[in-house]
Design a protein around this ligand. Structure first.
Ligand SMILES: Nc1nc2c(ncn2[C@@H]2O[C@H](COP(=O)(O)OP(=O)(O)O)[C@@H](O)[C@H]2O)c(=O)[nH]1
Ligand SMILES: [Mg+2]
Length: 237
């Protein structure tokens, strides 16, 4: 089996998409991308066993980041039935350190949370950033909790639950700069969420290391390398 190399460099901005299995990570990425590029699960068993980078190039409607690629990193949930949480954690950490070695910017973390899931159970807790510093991104201002699975019409019960989560489980994180966004299941909502992080990114002048790139060895099935066009052709709106 041949392996392919995925190169990360200073023109790559990585957003981690995290959360328990079934929270809607792959769904979110597919809707943002406009095509089914990440496998969506229909059981509680995780489809994503290792970090899967989905490349968005160019970044739509974003003159500030012209020439940059957005890497949405689909990750396994920390509740997997195939491997230990530590194994997932190690793989994500390896992926991130390779990204950083290549000069890529870890732009932020999206923690997805299914709003219809009952309260904040252990699994949801294990997937959350920890208090003021997260393992993956040390700045909670670059970390979002994105609630998913909202019905198309307003739902007072779920809205109340969201309010309770903000006031109880997520309060410390919110007090430290984390924002909570709703994903409404469509393209424009996905990009509103992503753009809220993109707005916080400060790209500085290229450094002498800007030609450096790091190669990550991946198996033939590990990487999907799709590209979206500037006109949005093929995107779901
Ligand atoms: N209607 C709706 N379904 C969702 C949403 N997020 C996830 N799902 C469904 O939940 C299941 C698991 O989603 P998936 O994206 O595989 O979750 P992942 O394990 O976090 O990647 C699938 O059947 C999705 O169709 C959402 O925001 N709205
Ligand atoms: Mg998935």
């Amino acid at each position: 089996m041949s392996s392919r190399k995925f190169e990360l460099g200073p023109k790559d901005i990585v957003f981690l998409v995290m959360g328990p299995t079934g929270a809607g990570k792959s769904t979110f990425i597919n809707i943002a991308f406009g095509e089914d590029v990440a496998e969506v699960g229909h059981t509680t068993t995780s489809c994503t066993k290792k970090p899967l980078p989905i490349i968005v190039d160019p970044i739509p409607d974003c003159p500030k980041l012209e020439g940059y690629r957005l890497v949405l990193l689909d990750t396994p949930g920390f509740d997997d039935t195939y491997a230990q949480d530590e194994e997932h954690s190690k793989r994500i950490a390896e992926w991130l350190s390779a990204s950083r070695r290549g000069g890529a910017l870890v732009g932020g973390v999206l923690h997805l949370h299914d709003i219809t899931a009952k309260k904040c159970n252990d699994t949801a807790h294990r997937n959350l950033p920890r208090s003021s510093t997260s393992t993956w991104c040390n700045d909670l201002k670059k970390t979002l909790i994105v609630t998913t699975n909202w019905p198309s019409c307003s739902d007072a019960f779920l809205e109340k639950r969201e309010q309770e989560m903000k006031e109880e489980h997520w309060k410390t994180l919110i007090d430290n700069g984390l924002q909570v966004w709703r994903f409404q299941g469509n393209y424009s909502s996905a990009w509103r969420v992503i753009n809220s992080l993109i707005h916080r990114i400060n790209v500085s002048a290229p450094s002498p290391s800007s030609t450096r790139r790091t190669e990550i060895n991946l198996g033939p099935k590990d990487i999907i390398f799709p590209i979206i066009g500037p006109t949005g052709a093929g995107k779901i709106h």
